[in-house]
Design a protein around this ligand. Structure first.
Ligand SMILES: NC(=O)c1ccc[n+]([C@@H]2O[C@H](COP(=O)([O-])OP(=O)(O)OC[C@H]3O[C@@H](n4cnc5c(N)ncnc54)[C@H](O)[C@@H]3O)[C@@H](O)[C@H]2O)c1
Length: 271
């Protein structure tokens, strides 16, 4: 059997695809031949959702992602779905299979961030981050598993370098992303007998609303200064970088249980 899993005519779901990284992943999967379901929530009704900013809502932006995928000659559809709600996730998966006939690639990308040191962290802020970033991956994966077993498909989780190292002020976010990597490894083992692979992309710093709204103000320095200070290669990473690694994972049959940093060397730097 070829080690290559062709993406031609395959069906991908990308959660949080109205956001920047999800958009990049959806685009690269479409270039590889996938039809794509662009799944996103409008705006979470939570005060902890990206400082409650309506600008971050993905479902509106998701429409332009669909247009771009269609311009690449593939089919696409927006499905409004809150990954923290099991019923919405279940119906998102059902609608995908009804519309496109299968589900081959699940990309768990939806994510949120807030910043607070653990001693000041509110319980509901912890819950809000864990719900989207960790429980959302569990709910979407669980709902997709029967279809992925049938298609011998793949799951790509978008974790973070915060899933492999610590960062002060991000206890809840780091815990959620470490959970994603743990779940990636367990799912890889549980689904290996069905020839389903499961891996994680770990972005370093990508200039998205997540950095703009939460991290740049917290770090109290310009984004450009953060890049220069933190990244050995001296440049930030892009949604396209994450999309290209997602395509690698989605097309390779013999890589499973891996979490790969795409961070310009941040996680290698100890001094
Ligand atoms: N930007 C970075 O530097 C960076 C670094 C490491 C990891 N990440 C991870 O990459 C992923 C994408 O982040 P981004 O930077 O593109 O952020 P973004 O804010 O541009 O996109 C996140 C998207 O997720 C959606 N979303 C939020 N809650 C949701 C929910 N409950 N259900 C469905 N969709 C929901 C938002 O509407 C938004 O469209 C996240 O998992 C994030 O943790 C980002």
């Amino acid at each position: 059997m070829s080690v290559e899993r062709s993406l031609d005519g395959k069906v991908a779901v990308v959660t949080g695809a109205g956001g920047e990284i999800g958009h990049g992943i959806a685009r690269e999967l479409a270039k590889g031949g996938c039809d794509v379901v662009v799944a996103d929530v409008d705006v979470l009704e939570s005060a902890h959702n990206q400082q409650g900013s309506a600008e971050v809502g993905g479902a509106t932006r998701a429409t332009s992602v669909v247009e771009e995928i269609e311009s690449l000659g593939r089919e696409a559809m927006v499905i409004k779905c809150d990954v923290t709600k099991a019923d919405e996730v279940g119906s998102m998966v059902d609608r995908t299979v009804e519309a496109f006939g299968s589900l081959d690639v699940l990309v768990n990308n939806a994510g949120v961030i807030t910043v607070a040191p653990v001693k000041e962290l509110e319980e509901d802020a912890w819950d809000a981050i864990m719900d989207v970033n960790a429980k959302g991956v569990f709910l979407c994966s669980r709902a997709a598993i029967p279809h992925l077993r049938e298609s011998r498909g793949t799951i790509v989780n978008v974790a973070s370098i915060a899933g492999t190292i610590g960062a002060a002020g991000l206890g809840h976010y780091c815990a959620s992303k470490h959970a994603v990597i743990g779940l990636t490894k367990v799912l890889a083992l549980e689904l290996a007998p069905d020839d389903v692979t499961v891996n994680a992309v770990c972005p370093g710093i990508v200039n998205t609303p997540m950095w703009e709204k939460a991290l740049t103000p917290t770090l109290e320095e310009d984004y450009a200064d953060t890049i220069e200070r933190v990244i050995p290669l001296g440049r930030d990473q892009t949604p396209e970088d994450m999309g290209r690694l997602a395509v690698f994972f989605a097309t390779n049959r013999n890589v499973t249980g891996e979490a790969v940093n795409v961070d310009g060397g941040i996680t290698q730097n100890v001094i």
